[in-house]
Design a protein around this ligand. Structure first.
Ligand SMILES: Nc1ncnc2c1ncn2[C@@H]1O[C@H](COP(=O)(O)OP(=O)(O)O)[C@@H](O)[C@H]1O
Ligand SMILES: [Mg+2]
Length: 363
């Protein structure tokens, strides 16, 4: 019998609950300090305690041997990307559910942009530091690959690579405002050079996170849920009127995710949501063999005309799926039973084992 395992953080509860519901043994690699939390949940069969989630602890020889002896399949999530280098993740000897090679395309914003472009997604213009005094203020001098707006937005967002969790990201409107904030990050030791930042046109609109699952077995794309993120402190600023904001001394914003809330879209938008997901799957098939397997998320903003601009993707399960541990409005349209993303993963593994096609869903 196989076990399903993951690191104790992010969406571990949902993933292991889903695995248990599908009849698997469940394994949690768990930081000692978090053991108290995870002991509360009876669907976790085995906890492997480690000092922290850096690679040398969480995937030491001993841990990997133990996972191997338990026939474990790992489910990667955001904590892998934020606490380990991509080479370390790629080198783990235990099979991953999904395409482990695509995680590199998630973590590197240049590769990420390439994959989104290949998928024909409408993406914000990426902006070089030299353009900041000109095109970002509206003279249209950019790389021309933007979201198609003739009038460029005057705000840009600077982000770190990897799943940095939105900390250290900032908004700027010209070179001077950019440099002031960049220098602050340098002095705090958060970045070392301009290359550590990726600058993108800021798109004003409603942020939406689309949770997909692609099955290489049935070749079907499923939309299993949609969420919004509740990000601090940026979601707090709108609670203060502009005058008070000016006098509040707030000079740093952050997009640190605190939680998620559910969202359903206007039904007329759903057709495009499916076609974007399908284009993403085809693009991944072309660029990152063996293509997209299982959960992924396209993240973007609907502008005032209801146009979707995708600012990034996650090529694995996202924590927003935790909302739907008992199924979502969209999963219920597809399944007559509660189907969380975690359970859907376990179901795919179960089907693959049953038809002797496990190699199609793990790497
Ligand atoms: N181009 C953009 N326009 C508007 N908001 C953005 C843009 N890019 C990112 N954001 C906001 O910043 C947050 C974090 O950015 P994201 O690219 O998703 O980085 P991360 O990899 O840290 O999740 C998003 O959830 C969204 O709120
Ligand atoms: Mg994101």
């Amino acid at each position: 019998m196989n076990a399903i395992g993951t690191l104790g953080s992010h969406c571990a509860l949902q993933v292991l609950k889903g695995a248990k519901d599908e009849g698997f043994k469940t394994i949690l690699i768990c930081e000692r300090r978090r053991e108290g939390l995870y002991r509360r949940f009876r669907f976790i069969d085995k906890r492997i305690l480690v000092d922290d989630y850096r690679f040398e602890y969480s995937f030491s020889e001993n841990v990997q041997n133990e996972l191997h002896d338990n026939n474990c399949i790992l489910v990667p999530h955001g904590t892998y990307i934020s606490s380990m280098r991509i080479e370390e993740i790629e080198g783990i000897r235990i099979p991953f559910f999904g395409n482990r090679w695509i995680l590199r395309w998630e973590a590197d914003r240049m590769l990420k942009e390439r994959l989104m472009r290949e998928a024909g997604l409408n993406i914000p213009r990426s902006i070089s530091i030299d353009e900041l005094d000109g095109s970002s203020n509206g003279n249209g001098n950019g790389n021309g690959n933007g979201n198609g707006n003739d009038k460029a937005n005057s705000l840009v967002i600077a982000k770190l690579h990897g799943a940095a969790g939105g900390k250290g990201y900032f908004l700027a409107w010209d070179k001077e405002s950019f440099m002031t904030q960049y220098n602050r990050l340098v002095s705090k030791g958060i970045v070392k050079s301009i290359d550590d930042l990726y600058i993108q046109e800021y798109v004003l609109g409603v942020p939406v996170y689309l949770q997909y699952f692609y099955s290489p077995l049935s070749k079907d794309l499923e939309l299993l849920g949609i969420d919004r993120r509740y990000e601090s402190n940026v979601d707090a600023i709108g609670r203060i009127p502009a005058l008070q904001q000016e006098h509040s001394g707030i000079d740093e914003i952050s997009y640190n995710v605190i939680g998620n809330s559910p969202l359903v879209l206007r039904e007329s938008l759903l057709d495009e949501v499916y076609s974007m997901g399908e284009r993403f799957v085809y693009a991944a098939e072309r660029l990152v063999k063996p293509g997209m397997i299982g959960p992924f998320c396209i993240e973007g903003v609907y502008d005032q005309d209801g146009r979707f601009v995708a600012f990034e993707f996650s090529a694995r399960i996202v924590a927003g799926t935790n909302l739907y541990v008992n199924g979502s409005p969209y999963s219920y349209l597809l399944y007559d039973e509660p189907m969380s993303m975690g359970r859907r993963i376990a179901r795919e593994i179960k089907i693959a084992i049953g038809s002797n096609e496990l190699d199609k869903v793990v790497t």
